[in-house]
Design a protein around this ligand. Structure first.
Ligand SMILES: NC(=O)c1ccc[n+]([C@@H]2O[C@H](COP(=O)([O-])OP(=O)(O)OC[C@H]3O[C@@H](n4cnc5c(N)ncnc54)[C@H](OP(=O)(O)O)[C@@H]3O)[C@@H](O)[C@H]2O)c1
Length: 247
């Protein structure tokens, strides 16, 4: 299936690396204008790559934990491209620790970045999407939000939270022709998983029926499908991209 995002504008948070970067590149290759958000000037490289290939993109330095920065991000998108059709809530962090030793600051940082930011970004795009009577919101959850994982109580809480959040929003927004869905990746080869030792990575890969980690591009394909016109009748769903790790 060839997806066509011509004339569409997509905001991708955490677009500097990994899954967000792959999603920004895939959307741009399909003709979409991409507003790439990451902290400081981190999204400049992906934006250069898109514009050098003839696409349209704008880097906006955004800390998604900052309400004012999130509002400014959406305002820049509207001022530059005139509309917002797609929001991809992708920015995320992990601060792993067994609960007995987990610090309140690590709980708060993960909750704010992974869950509260999705609330703020989604709220900020609602007005333009409702006005357009069309929109797509896709949030990146995780297999950990479905299965749980020792040492990731904070992370798992946010990833499960994104699923409940998205289902509630899907019901609120269906009458406005805005769909809200979730992609739940398994183990994907990015900076986030490269921080884990090679031994642990290969132990994990042994638990994956397809026998390997996924690529950011494989997750981006699912995100872009849900963000496309082809997914017009899909809302409130969780699409797992996990090599069969959890079924
Ligand atoms: N990799 C996996 O196996 C896996 C599996 C399941 C789910 N996920 C989820 O997929 C998403 C992307 O993960 P990834 O593996 O691609 O991670 P990554 O390579 O570590 O990239 C994380 C992205 O999030 C951005 N980010 C973090 N904190 C931010 C903040 N406060 N404001 C703005 N941007 C921020 C980073 O931008 P900066 O340049 O500003 O740091 C970066 O672009 C995350 O939500 C993650 O939880 C990943």
């Amino acid at each position: 299936m060839t997806l066509d995002f011509s004339g569409k504008v997509a905001i991708v948070t955490g677009a500097s690396r990994g899954i967000g970067r792959a999603t920004a590149l895939t959307l741009a290759r399909a003709g979409g204008a991409v507003v790439a958000a990451a902290r400081s000037d981190h999204a400049a490289t992906v934006v250069d790559e898109i514009t050098r290939a003839g696409g349209r993109a704008l880097a906006v330095g955004t800390d998604v934990t900052d309400d004012a920065a999130v509002r400014a991000l959406v305002d820049r998108a509207l001022a530059t491209f005139g509309r917002v059709d797609v929001l991809v809530n992708n920015a995320g962090i992990a601060r792993d620790q067994l609960l007995l030793r987990m610090k309140r600051e690590d709980w708060d940082a993960v909750l704010t970045t992974n869950l509260t930011a999705a609330f703020m970004c989604s709220q900020a795009v609602l007005k333009p999407m409702i006005k357009q009577r069309a929109g797509r919101i896709v949030s990146i959850s995780s297999v950990v939000g479905q299965s749980g994982n020792a040492g990731q109580a904070n992370y798992a809480a946010t990833k499960a939270g994104l699923m409940g959040f998205s289902k509630a929003l899907a019901r609120e927004l269906a009458s406005r022709n805005i769909t809200v869905n979730v992609v739940a990746p398994g183990l994907i080869d990015t900076d986030m998983t490269r921080a884990i030792s090679a031994g642990t990575q290969s132990d994990w890969a042994a638990q994956i029926p397809l026998g390997r980690l996924g690529t950011p591009e494989e997750v981006a394909a699912a995100v872009c499908f849900l963000a496309s016109d082809a997914a017009a009748y899909i809302t409130g769903q969780v699409l797992a991209v996990n090599g069969g790790m959890y079924m």
